[in-house]
Design a protein around this ligand. Sequence first.
Ligand SMILES: O=C(O)C(=O)C[C@H](O)[C@H](O)COP(=O)(O)O
Length: 205
Amino acid sequence: MDDIDRILDAAPVIPVLVIDRLADALPIAEALVAGGLPVLEVTLRTPAALDAIRAMTAVPGAIVGAGTVLDPAQLDAARDAGAAFIVSPGLTEPLGRAAIESGLPFLPGTANAGDVMRARDLGLTRLKFFPAMAAGGLPALSALASVFGGMRFCPTGGITQESAPEWLAHPAVACVGGSWLVPRGPVDPVAIEERARAAAALPRA
Ligand SMILES: O=C(O)C(=O)C[C@H](O)[C@H](O)COP(=O)(O)O
């Protein structure tokens, strides 16, 4: 099983994916992995998402997880589809406890000090910072990181290839997440691989 640090350290960027057509799952995963981004977060926001996770796990080198996991039932469905990790936009106690019990690496969303304290109470120290830009951007993350030593963050929400470097330069930032790698609409594997290559080359602290 993949440990959460192994997932966060695998690449500077986790592509956040909204898959509308199951047929797009393989070409998207192959292009991202070929470009150097092995960790793929498939959001459970579309009817095709669980089947997309199933399909993508067949791609050599891909580490496929589920995003937008909102409750324990969705966590179970993601695990049954083969998700190697779980990401949520926020943290509830039922989801946190179910995730810990499942043994799956879990990245819960946090946006403020209360959220981080709830995570800490559950023993969770690897956190998504979401929605990163709307929740105050890098100054907010820096303030949280200075209070909560030992926490590592994956900021997500409003981050771009252009803004990623300043986030990645912060010592508490393990990696960033973003949807810019795969825009919705017709899939262009060449363009996806090109964007992945640029993202994979971003330096980290
Ligand atoms: O719902 C979740 O669990 C999510 O993962 C939310 C996503 O992280 C953001 O929607 C990505 O934000 P953008 O890169 O600004 O599009």
